[in-house]
Design a protein around this ligand. Sequence first.
Ligand code: NAD
Length: 474
Amino acid sequence: MHSYDTQFIDGQFIATGGQATFEVTNPATERVIGRVAAATPEDIDTAVAAARRAFDAWAVLPRAHRLDILIGLAAEIERRGDDLAAVICEEVGTPIGEARALQVGLAQLSLQTTIDVLADHDPDAYTQVANSRVYREPIGVVAAISPWNYPLLLSMTKIAPALAAGCTVVHKPSEVTPLNALLFAEITAAAGVPAGVYNVLIGDGPTIGEPLVRHRDIDMVAFTGSTRAGRRVYELAANTVKKINLELGGKSANIILPDADLTQAVDAGVRQVFFASGQACFAWSRVLVPRERLAEAEKIARRTAESYILGSPTDPATTLGPVVSKPQQQRVRHYIRTALDEGAHVVTGGADQPAETPTGYFVAGTILSNVTPDMTVAREEIFGPVVCLMPYDSEEDAIRIANDTDYGLHGAVFSGDVEHATAVARRLRTGRVDINGAPNNLDAPFGGYRQSGVGREFGRAGFDEFLETKAIQY
Ligand code: NAD
Protein backbone atom coordinates (compact mmCIF):
# COMPACT_ATOMS: atom_id res chain seq x y z
CA MET A 1 0.00 0.00 0.00
CA HIS A 2 1.36 3.43 -0.98
CA SER A 3 0.63 5.97 1.70
CA TYR A 4 1.37 9.71 1.68
CA ASP A 5 0.08 12.21 4.25
CA THR A 6 2.20 15.01 2.81
CA GLN A 7 2.42 17.57 0.02
CA PHE A 8 5.72 18.41 -1.67
CA ILE A 9 6.38 22.06 -0.92
CA ASP A 10 9.63 24.08 -0.88
CA GLY A 11 11.79 21.00 -1.46
CA GLN A 12 10.27 18.88 1.33
CA PHE A 13 7.40 16.52 1.99
CA ILE A 14 5.30 18.52 4.46
CA ALA A 15 2.50 17.03 6.56
CA THR A 16 -0.80 18.45 5.50
CA GLY A 17 -3.25 19.77 8.08
CA GLY A 18 -6.41 18.49 6.41
CA GLN A 19 -8.33 15.27 6.92
CA ALA A 20 -9.40 14.55 3.34
CA THR A 21 -7.71 11.71 1.48
CA PHE A 22 -7.88 10.17 -1.98
CA GLU A 23 -7.86 6.43 -2.52
CA VAL A 24 -5.91 5.17 -5.50
CA THR A 25 -7.33 2.03 -7.11
CA ASN A 26 -5.51 -0.46 -9.32
CA PRO A 27 -7.88 -0.71 -12.31
CA ALA A 28 -6.77 -4.26 -13.14
CA THR A 29 -7.55 -5.69 -9.69
CA GLU A 30 -10.14 -3.15 -8.45
CA ARG A 31 -8.15 -3.06 -5.18
CA VAL A 32 -7.16 0.10 -3.30
CA ILE A 33 -3.37 0.43 -3.58
CA GLY A 34 -2.79 3.88 -2.15
CA ARG A 35 -4.04 6.55 0.20
CA VAL A 36 -2.94 10.13 -0.39
CA ALA A 37 -3.73 13.19 1.69
CA ALA A 38 -5.44 16.10 -0.06
CA ALA A 39 -3.89 19.56 0.15
CA THR A 40 -5.61 22.30 2.15
CA PRO A 41 -6.22 25.93 1.13
CA GLU A 42 -3.24 26.89 3.37
CA ASP A 43 -1.06 24.44 1.45
CA ILE A 44 -1.95 26.24 -1.78
CA ASP A 45 -0.76 29.57 -0.39
CA THR A 46 2.39 28.00 1.08
CA ALA A 47 3.27 26.28 -2.21
CA VAL A 48 2.62 29.37 -4.34
CA ALA A 49 4.66 31.53 -1.92
CA ALA A 50 7.54 29.03 -2.05
CA ALA A 51 7.46 29.03 -5.86
CA ARG A 52 7.32 32.85 -5.89
CA ARG A 53 10.35 33.12 -3.57
CA ALA A 54 12.31 30.55 -5.57
CA PHE A 55 11.55 32.32 -8.84
CA ASP A 56 13.83 35.30 -8.13
CA ALA A 57 16.98 33.16 -8.02
CA TRP A 58 15.93 30.48 -10.53
CA ALA A 59 14.97 32.99 -13.24
CA VAL A 60 18.45 34.54 -13.28
CA LEU A 61 20.47 31.37 -12.70
CA PRO A 62 23.09 31.16 -15.46
CA ARG A 63 21.90 28.89 -18.25
CA ALA A 64 24.78 26.44 -17.68
CA HIS A 65 23.62 25.84 -14.09
CA ARG A 66 20.01 25.32 -15.14
CA LEU A 67 21.18 22.92 -17.82
CA ASP A 68 23.26 20.97 -15.28
CA ILE A 69 20.25 20.59 -13.00
CA LEU A 70 17.98 19.43 -15.84
CA ILE A 71 20.63 16.97 -17.07
CA GLY A 72 20.90 15.68 -13.48
CA LEU A 73 17.13 15.33 -13.39
CA ALA A 74 17.19 13.30 -16.62
CA ALA A 75 19.84 10.99 -15.10
CA GLU A 76 17.80 10.51 -11.91
CA ILE A 77 14.66 9.70 -13.94
CA GLU A 78 16.65 7.12 -15.89
CA ARG A 79 17.86 5.62 -12.59
CA ARG A 80 14.29 5.41 -11.24
CA GLY A 81 12.66 4.69 -14.62
CA ASP A 82 11.55 1.16 -13.73
CA ASP A 83 10.01 2.39 -10.44
CA LEU A 84 8.08 5.09 -12.30
CA ALA A 85 6.87 2.56 -14.88
CA ALA A 86 5.80 0.15 -12.12
CA VAL A 87 3.75 2.83 -10.36
CA ILE A 88 2.11 3.97 -13.61
CA CYS A 89 1.36 0.33 -14.49
CA GLU A 90 -0.32 -0.03 -11.08
CA GLU A 91 -2.36 3.17 -10.98
CA VAL A 92 -3.18 3.72 -14.68
CA GLY A 93 -3.25 0.07 -15.78
CA THR A 94 -0.83 0.51 -18.69
CA PRO A 95 0.90 -2.79 -19.61
CA ILE A 96 4.36 -2.75 -18.05
CA GLY A 97 6.33 -2.72 -21.32
CA GLU A 98 4.25 0.14 -22.71
CA ALA A 99 4.50 1.96 -19.36
CA ARG A 100 8.32 1.88 -19.51
CA ALA A 101 8.63 2.61 -23.24
CA LEU A 102 5.87 5.17 -23.72
CA GLN A 103 4.61 6.53 -20.40
CA VAL A 104 8.12 6.97 -18.97
CA GLY A 105 10.15 6.81 -22.20
CA LEU A 106 8.26 9.66 -23.86
CA ALA A 107 8.49 11.76 -20.69
CA GLN A 108 12.26 11.25 -20.78
CA LEU A 109 12.37 12.17 -24.46
CA SER A 110 10.29 15.27 -23.81
CA LEU A 111 12.75 16.36 -21.07
CA GLN A 112 15.71 15.66 -23.38
CA THR A 113 14.25 17.71 -26.25
CA THR A 114 13.70 20.57 -23.78
CA ILE A 115 17.32 20.31 -22.61
CA ASP A 116 18.39 20.56 -26.27
CA VAL A 117 16.18 23.63 -26.78
CA LEU A 118 17.68 25.32 -23.70
CA ALA A 119 21.21 24.51 -24.88
CA ASP A 120 20.31 26.45 -28.01
CA HIS A 121 18.65 29.39 -26.25
CA ASP A 122 20.72 32.24 -24.87
CA PRO A 123 18.57 34.02 -22.21
CA ASP A 124 20.60 37.22 -22.71
CA ALA A 125 20.22 37.27 -26.47
CA TYR A 126 17.96 39.88 -28.00
CA THR A 127 16.57 40.78 -31.39
CA GLN A 128 17.28 44.29 -32.60
CA VAL A 129 14.08 45.90 -33.97
CA ALA A 130 14.93 49.46 -35.14
CA ASN A 131 15.78 51.31 -31.89
CA SER A 132 14.62 48.46 -29.63
CA ARG A 133 16.18 45.37 -28.15
CA VAL A 134 13.59 42.62 -27.79
CA TYR A 135 14.28 40.11 -25.00
CA ARG A 136 12.49 36.92 -23.98
CA GLU A 137 12.10 36.41 -20.21
CA PRO A 138 10.54 33.71 -18.00
CA ILE A 139 6.86 34.38 -17.38
CA GLY A 140 6.95 33.64 -13.63
CA VAL A 141 5.15 31.09 -11.44
CA VAL A 142 3.30 28.41 -13.40
CA ALA A 143 0.40 26.23 -12.25
CA ALA A 144 0.72 22.91 -14.11
CA ILE A 145 -2.49 20.86 -14.08
CA SER A 146 -2.25 17.38 -15.61
CA PRO A 147 -4.57 14.43 -16.39
CA TRP A 148 -4.39 10.70 -15.59
CA ASN A 149 -3.99 9.12 -19.02
CA TYR A 150 -0.30 9.89 -19.69
CA PRO A 151 0.35 11.32 -16.23
CA LEU A 152 4.14 11.66 -16.30
CA LEU A 153 4.48 12.70 -19.94
CA LEU A 154 1.76 15.35 -19.73
CA SER A 155 3.31 16.69 -16.54
CA MET A 156 6.76 16.75 -18.13
CA THR A 157 5.53 18.68 -21.19
CA LYS A 158 4.80 21.53 -18.74
CA ILE A 159 7.39 21.13 -15.99
CA ALA A 160 10.45 20.70 -18.25
CA PRO A 161 9.95 23.76 -20.48
CA ALA A 162 8.77 25.88 -17.53
CA LEU A 163 11.90 25.06 -15.52
CA ALA A 164 14.14 25.43 -18.57
CA ALA A 165 12.68 28.87 -19.30
CA GLY A 166 13.40 29.98 -15.71
CA CYS A 167 9.88 29.63 -14.32
CA THR A 168 8.93 27.85 -11.10
CA VAL A 169 6.04 25.40 -10.87
CA VAL A 170 3.17 24.39 -8.62
CA HIS A 171 1.93 21.09 -10.02
CA LYS A 172 -1.52 19.62 -9.44
CA PRO A 173 -1.54 16.11 -10.89
CA SER A 174 -4.76 14.19 -11.44
CA GLU A 175 -6.26 12.99 -8.17
CA VAL A 176 -6.95 9.66 -9.94
CA THR A 177 -3.22 8.91 -10.44
CA PRO A 178 -1.20 10.95 -7.91
CA LEU A 179 1.42 8.31 -7.00
CA ASN A 180 3.72 8.86 -9.97
CA ALA A 181 3.77 12.62 -9.29
CA LEU A 182 4.81 12.09 -5.66
CA LEU A 183 7.57 9.72 -6.79
CA PHE A 184 8.62 12.32 -9.37
CA ALA A 185 8.80 14.91 -6.56
CA GLU A 186 11.25 12.63 -4.71
CA ILE A 187 13.26 12.37 -7.92
CA THR A 188 13.46 16.15 -8.36
CA ALA A 189 14.75 16.51 -4.78
CA ALA A 190 17.35 13.76 -5.31
CA ALA A 191 18.44 15.46 -8.56
CA GLY A 192 19.08 18.74 -6.74
CA VAL A 193 16.24 20.84 -8.16
CA PRO A 194 16.35 23.77 -5.70
CA ALA A 195 13.68 24.08 -3.01
CA GLY A 196 10.52 25.83 -4.19
CA VAL A 197 11.29 25.49 -7.89
CA TYR A 198 8.95 22.49 -8.18
CA ASN A 199 6.04 21.85 -5.79
CA VAL A 200 3.23 19.28 -5.81
CA LEU A 201 -0.29 19.65 -4.41
CA ILE A 202 -2.71 16.73 -4.35
CA GLY A 203 -6.37 17.43 -4.88
CA ASP A 204 -9.28 17.55 -7.28
CA GLY A 205 -10.22 20.24 -9.79
CA PRO A 206 -12.78 22.26 -7.83
CA THR A 207 -10.89 22.19 -4.47
CA ILE A 208 -7.27 22.66 -5.54
CA GLY A 209 -7.24 23.28 -9.30
CA GLU A 210 -9.64 26.22 -9.31
CA PRO A 211 -8.04 28.16 -6.40
CA LEU A 212 -4.66 27.70 -8.09
CA VAL A 213 -5.98 29.04 -11.39
CA ARG A 214 -7.52 32.03 -9.57
CA HIS A 215 -4.45 32.72 -7.42
CA ARG A 216 -3.04 36.23 -7.88
CA ASP A 217 0.55 35.00 -7.61
CA ILE A 218 0.22 32.44 -10.41
CA ASP A 219 1.31 34.01 -13.71
CA MET A 220 0.41 31.20 -16.10
CA VAL A 221 -1.69 28.04 -16.19
CA ALA A 222 -0.53 25.09 -18.29
CA PHE A 223 -3.42 22.63 -18.41
CA THR A 224 -4.11 19.27 -20.04
CA GLY A 225 -7.49 17.65 -19.59
CA SER A 226 -11.03 17.59 -20.87
CA THR A 227 -12.50 20.41 -22.91
CA ARG A 228 -15.14 20.81 -20.17
CA ALA A 229 -12.55 21.52 -17.46
CA GLY A 230 -10.37 23.53 -19.87
CA ARG A 231 -13.27 25.88 -20.56
CA ARG A 232 -13.63 26.47 -16.80
CA VAL A 233 -9.87 27.12 -16.44
CA TYR A 234 -10.06 29.61 -19.33
CA GLU A 235 -12.95 31.49 -17.62
CA LEU A 236 -11.26 31.61 -14.20
CA ALA A 237 -7.88 32.67 -15.61
CA ALA A 238 -9.56 35.66 -17.25
CA ASN A 239 -10.15 37.31 -13.85
CA THR A 240 -6.45 37.92 -13.36
CA VAL A 241 -5.65 37.97 -17.12
CA LYS A 242 -3.28 35.02 -16.86
CA LYS A 243 -1.49 33.46 -19.76
CA ILE A 244 -2.96 30.01 -20.46
CA ASN A 245 -1.90 26.95 -22.39
CA LEU A 246 -4.73 24.45 -22.86
CA GLU A 247 -4.36 20.95 -24.28
CA LEU A 248 -7.86 19.51 -24.45
CA GLY A 249 -9.89 16.77 -26.06
CA GLY A 250 -9.82 15.35 -29.58
CA LYS A 251 -11.88 13.39 -32.10
CA SER A 252 -9.26 12.85 -34.73
CA ALA A 253 -9.82 11.41 -38.19
CA ASN A 254 -7.65 8.95 -40.08
CA ILE A 255 -8.38 9.42 -43.80
CA ILE A 256 -7.47 6.35 -45.83
CA LEU A 257 -7.39 7.44 -49.49
CA PRO A 258 -8.28 4.96 -52.26
CA ASP A 259 -4.63 4.54 -53.34
CA ALA A 260 -3.40 3.71 -49.79
CA ASP A 261 -2.11 0.34 -48.69
CA LEU A 262 -5.33 -0.57 -46.88
CA THR A 263 -3.82 -3.29 -44.71
CA GLN A 264 -1.04 -1.03 -43.45
CA ALA A 265 -3.40 1.93 -42.95
CA VAL A 266 -6.11 0.08 -41.03
CA ASP A 267 -3.65 -1.93 -38.95
CA ALA A 268 -1.67 1.20 -37.98
CA GLY A 269 -4.91 3.06 -37.30
CA VAL A 270 -6.24 0.45 -34.88
CA ARG A 271 -2.88 0.22 -33.09
CA GLN A 272 -2.71 4.00 -32.71
CA VAL A 273 -6.12 4.00 -31.00
CA PHE A 274 -5.28 1.07 -28.70
CA PHE A 275 -2.28 2.82 -27.07
CA ALA A 276 -3.08 3.34 -23.37
CA SER A 277 -6.35 1.43 -23.95
CA GLY A 278 -7.60 4.23 -26.19
CA GLN A 279 -7.24 6.82 -23.44
CA ALA A 280 -5.30 9.27 -25.58
CA CYS A 281 -6.34 12.71 -26.73
CA PHE A 282 -4.60 12.10 -30.09
CA ALA A 283 -6.46 8.83 -30.86
CA TRP A 284 -7.58 8.57 -34.51
CA SER A 285 -10.92 7.28 -33.31
CA ARG A 286 -12.65 7.97 -36.66
CA VAL A 287 -11.22 5.86 -39.49
CA LEU A 288 -12.52 7.11 -42.85
CA VAL A 289 -12.57 4.36 -45.51
CA PRO A 290 -13.69 4.43 -49.18
CA ARG A 291 -17.22 2.97 -49.07
CA GLU A 292 -16.43 0.18 -51.54
CA ARG A 293 -13.58 -1.05 -49.31
CA LEU A 294 -15.43 -0.99 -45.99
CA ALA A 295 -15.91 -4.79 -45.79
CA GLU A 296 -12.21 -5.33 -46.49
CA ALA A 297 -11.27 -2.72 -43.84
CA GLU A 298 -13.53 -4.48 -41.31
CA LYS A 299 -11.64 -7.75 -41.81
CA ILE A 300 -8.25 -6.10 -41.36
CA ALA A 301 -9.39 -4.15 -38.29
CA ARG A 302 -10.88 -7.30 -36.75
CA ARG A 303 -7.63 -9.19 -37.25
CA THR A 304 -5.56 -6.46 -35.59
CA ALA A 305 -8.00 -5.92 -32.70
CA GLU A 306 -8.25 -9.64 -31.98
CA SER A 307 -4.45 -9.97 -31.89
CA TYR A 308 -4.38 -7.92 -28.64
CA ILE A 309 -4.00 -9.84 -25.39
CA LEU A 310 -6.05 -8.58 -22.45
CA GLY A 311 -4.73 -9.38 -19.02
CA SER A 312 -2.83 -8.19 -16.02
CA PRO A 313 -0.74 -5.11 -16.93
CA THR A 314 2.14 -6.57 -14.93
CA ASP A 315 2.29 -9.61 -17.25
CA PRO A 316 4.76 -8.77 -20.05
CA ALA A 317 2.57 -10.72 -22.50
CA THR A 318 -0.39 -8.34 -22.00
CA THR A 319 -0.90 -5.80 -24.78
CA LEU A 320 -4.25 -4.27 -23.77
CA GLY A 321 -4.75 -3.18 -20.17
CA PRO A 322 -7.91 -1.97 -18.42
CA VAL A 323 -9.25 1.57 -18.63
CA VAL A 324 -8.42 3.72 -15.62
CA SER A 325 -11.55 3.47 -13.46
CA LYS A 326 -15.04 2.09 -13.12
CA PRO A 327 -16.71 5.36 -14.24
CA GLN A 328 -14.44 5.37 -17.30
CA GLN A 329 -15.35 1.74 -18.08
CA GLN A 330 -19.05 2.56 -17.74
CA ARG A 331 -18.67 5.62 -19.99
CA VAL A 332 -16.94 3.62 -22.74
CA ARG A 333 -19.51 0.82 -22.54
CA HIS A 334 -22.30 3.38 -22.74
CA TYR A 335 -20.77 4.82 -25.94
CA ILE A 336 -20.62 1.35 -27.52
CA ARG A 337 -24.28 0.65 -26.64
CA THR A 338 -25.34 4.07 -27.91
CA ALA A 339 -23.57 3.40 -31.23
CA LEU A 340 -25.55 0.17 -31.64
CA ASP A 341 -28.82 1.94 -30.78
CA GLU A 342 -28.01 4.58 -33.38
CA GLY A 343 -27.39 2.02 -36.17
CA ALA A 344 -23.66 1.12 -36.11
CA HIS A 345 -22.61 -2.51 -35.87
CA VAL A 346 -19.90 -4.26 -33.88
CA VAL A 347 -17.23 -6.04 -35.93
CA THR A 348 -15.44 -7.32 -32.83
CA GLY A 349 -15.40 -6.52 -29.10
CA GLY A 350 -18.44 -4.92 -27.50
CA ALA A 351 -19.75 -3.51 -24.25
CA ASP A 352 -19.64 -6.69 -22.11
CA GLN A 353 -16.95 -7.53 -19.58
CA PRO A 354 -14.38 -9.51 -21.62
CA ALA A 355 -14.52 -13.23 -20.70
CA GLU A 356 -10.73 -13.50 -20.22
CA THR A 357 -10.69 -10.69 -17.61
CA PRO A 358 -13.72 -11.11 -15.30
CA THR A 359 -12.18 -8.69 -12.76
CA GLY A 360 -10.87 -5.23 -13.56
CA TYR A 361 -12.09 -2.27 -15.57
CA PHE A 362 -11.43 -3.91 -18.93
CA VAL A 363 -13.07 -3.08 -22.24
CA ALA A 364 -12.48 -5.43 -25.16
CA GLY A 365 -10.73 -3.86 -28.16
CA THR A 366 -13.79 -2.85 -30.17
CA ILE A 367 -14.33 -2.10 -33.86
CA LEU A 368 -17.57 -0.34 -34.78
CA SER A 369 -18.53 -0.09 -38.44
CA ASN A 370 -20.99 1.86 -40.57
CA VAL A 371 -20.59 4.78 -38.18
CA THR A 372 -22.09 7.95 -39.69
CA PRO A 373 -21.08 11.57 -38.90
CA ASP A 374 -24.25 12.32 -36.91
CA MET A 375 -23.78 9.43 -34.45
CA THR A 376 -22.72 10.18 -30.86
CA VAL A 377 -19.55 8.06 -31.19
CA ALA A 378 -18.51 10.12 -34.23
CA ARG A 379 -18.92 13.40 -32.35
CA GLU A 380 -17.83 12.78 -28.75
CA GLU A 381 -14.51 11.66 -27.34
CA ILE A 382 -14.84 7.98 -26.27
CA PHE A 383 -11.47 7.62 -24.47
CA GLY A 384 -11.45 3.83 -24.72
CA PRO A 385 -10.18 1.11 -27.11
CA VAL A 386 -12.91 1.75 -29.68
CA VAL A 387 -12.37 2.42 -33.39
CA CYS A 388 -15.17 3.82 -35.57
CA LEU A 389 -15.01 2.78 -39.24
CA MET A 390 -16.81 5.41 -41.32
CA PRO A 391 -17.45 5.04 -45.06
CA TYR A 392 -17.00 8.00 -47.42
CA ASP A 393 -17.90 8.52 -51.08
CA SER A 394 -15.27 10.95 -52.39
CA GLU A 395 -12.15 12.77 -51.21
CA GLU A 396 -14.17 15.96 -50.69
CA ASP A 397 -16.64 13.97 -48.62
CA ALA A 398 -13.78 12.56 -46.49
CA ILE A 399 -12.31 16.01 -45.83
CA ARG A 400 -15.75 17.39 -44.96
CA ILE A 401 -16.42 14.54 -42.50
CA ALA A 402 -12.95 14.89 -40.94
CA ASN A 403 -13.49 18.62 -40.32
CA ASP A 404 -17.09 18.21 -39.11
CA THR A 405 -16.14 18.27 -35.42
CA ASP A 406 -15.70 20.75 -32.57
CA TYR A 407 -12.17 19.41 -32.06
CA GLY A 408 -8.94 19.74 -34.06
CA LEU A 409 -6.03 18.03 -32.32
CA HIS A 410 -4.56 15.33 -34.53
CA GLY A 411 -5.18 13.27 -37.64
CA ALA A 412 -3.75 11.00 -40.30
CA VAL A 413 -3.74 10.60 -44.05
CA PHE A 414 -2.72 7.37 -45.76
CA SER A 415 -2.01 7.42 -49.51
CA GLY A 416 0.40 6.00 -52.08
CA ASP A 417 1.17 9.60 -53.12
CA VAL A 418 2.82 11.55 -50.30
CA GLU A 419 2.41 14.96 -51.97
CA HIS A 420 -1.27 14.34 -52.52
CA ALA A 421 -1.61 13.18 -48.90
CA THR A 422 0.11 16.41 -47.82
CA ALA A 423 -2.39 18.48 -49.84
CA VAL A 424 -5.24 16.69 -48.03
CA ALA A 425 -3.47 17.14 -44.66
CA ARG A 426 -3.21 20.90 -45.30
CA ARG A 427 -7.00 21.06 -45.57
CA LEU A 428 -7.60 19.42 -42.19
CA ARG A 429 -8.40 21.91 -39.40
CA THR A 430 -6.13 20.23 -36.89
CA GLY A 431 -2.80 20.84 -35.15
CA ARG A 432 -1.01 17.66 -36.25
CA VAL A 433 -1.33 15.20 -39.12
CA ASP A 434 0.74 12.03 -39.65
CA ILE A 435 1.25 10.81 -43.22
CA ASN A 436 1.36 7.01 -43.70
CA GLY A 437 1.94 6.30 -40.00
CA ALA A 438 4.99 8.57 -39.67
CA PRO A 439 6.92 8.32 -36.39
CA ASN A 440 6.04 10.62 -33.50
CA ASN A 441 8.21 13.75 -33.30
CA LEU A 442 8.61 15.35 -29.88
CA ASP A 443 10.48 18.33 -31.33
CA ALA A 444 7.46 19.37 -33.41
CA PRO A 445 4.63 21.48 -31.95
CA PHE A 446 1.64 19.60 -30.50
CA GLY A 447 -1.70 21.24 -29.82
CA GLY A 448 -5.14 21.88 -31.07
CA TYR A 449 -7.29 23.98 -33.35
CA ARG A 450 -10.82 24.89 -32.21
CA GLN A 451 -11.96 23.29 -28.93
CA SER A 452 -8.86 21.09 -28.70
CA GLY A 453 -6.99 23.90 -27.03
CA VAL A 454 -4.90 27.06 -27.05
CA GLY A 455 -1.14 27.12 -27.56
CA ARG A 456 1.37 24.36 -28.25
CA GLU A 457 3.51 21.89 -26.30
CA PHE A 458 6.77 20.07 -27.17
CA GLY A 459 10.02 21.36 -28.62
CA ARG A 460 10.82 25.01 -29.22
CA ALA A 461 7.16 26.00 -29.54
CA GLY A 462 6.37 24.46 -26.15
CA PHE A 463 9.34 26.22 -24.55
CA ASP A 464 8.38 29.62 -26.00
CA GLU A 465 4.98 29.42 -24.26
CA PHE A 466 6.76 30.03 -20.93
CA LEU A 467 8.49 33.24 -22.07
CA GLU A 468 7.31 36.83 -21.97
CA THR A 469 8.50 39.45 -24.46
CA LYS A 470 10.18 42.70 -23.40
CA ALA A 471 11.21 45.60 -25.66
CA ILE A 472 13.81 48.12 -24.43
CA GLN A 473 14.21 51.31 -26.50
CA TYR A 474 17.39 53.31 -27.11
P1 NAD B 1 -10.13 16.24 -16.52
O1 NAD B 1 -10.46 17.46 -17.28
O2 NAD B 1 -11.18 15.60 -15.72
O3 NAD B 1 -8.93 16.52 -15.50
C1 NAD B 1 -7.68 17.00 -15.92
C2 NAD B 1 -7.01 17.72 -14.77
O4 NAD B 1 -7.73 18.93 -14.51
C3 NAD B 1 -7.02 16.95 -13.46
O5 NAD B 1 -5.84 17.24 -12.74
C4 NAD B 1 -8.24 17.53 -12.75
O6 NAD B 1 -8.19 17.40 -11.34
C5 NAD B 1 -8.16 18.98 -13.17
N1 NAD B 1 -9.43 19.70 -13.15
C6 NAD B 1 -10.68 19.21 -13.37
N2 NAD B 1 -11.58 20.21 -13.26
C7 NAD B 1 -10.89 21.34 -13.00
C8 NAD B 1 -11.27 22.69 -12.77
N3 NAD B 1 -12.54 23.07 -12.78
N4 NAD B 1 -10.29 23.59 -12.52
C9 NAD B 1 -8.99 23.23 -12.50
N5 NAD B 1 -8.57 21.96 -12.66
C10 NAD B 1 -9.51 21.03 -12.93
O7 NAD B 1 -9.49 15.24 -17.58
P2 NAD B 1 -9.01 13.75 -17.33
O8 NAD B 1 -10.23 12.91 -17.27
O9 NAD B 1 -7.99 13.69 -16.25
O10 NAD B 1 -8.23 13.47 -18.72
C11 NAD B 1 -8.89 13.10 -19.87
C12 NAD B 1 -9.11 14.29 -20.78
O11 NAD B 1 -7.87 14.95 -21.04
C13 NAD B 1 -9.64 13.89 -22.14
O12 NAD B 1 -10.66 14.76 -22.53
C14 NAD B 1 -8.45 14.06 -23.04
O13 NAD B 1 -8.71 14.29 -24.39
C15 NAD B 1 -7.73 15.19 -22.43
N6 NAD B 1 -6.32 15.13 -22.82
C16 NAD B 1 -5.83 16.07 -23.69
C17 NAD B 1 -4.51 16.01 -24.11
C18 NAD B 1 -3.90 17.01 -25.06
O14 NAD B 1 -2.69 17.11 -25.11
N7 NAD B 1 -4.68 17.75 -25.81
C19 NAD B 1 -3.70 14.99 -23.63
C20 NAD B 1 -4.25 14.05 -22.76
C21 NAD B 1 -5.56 14.15 -22.35
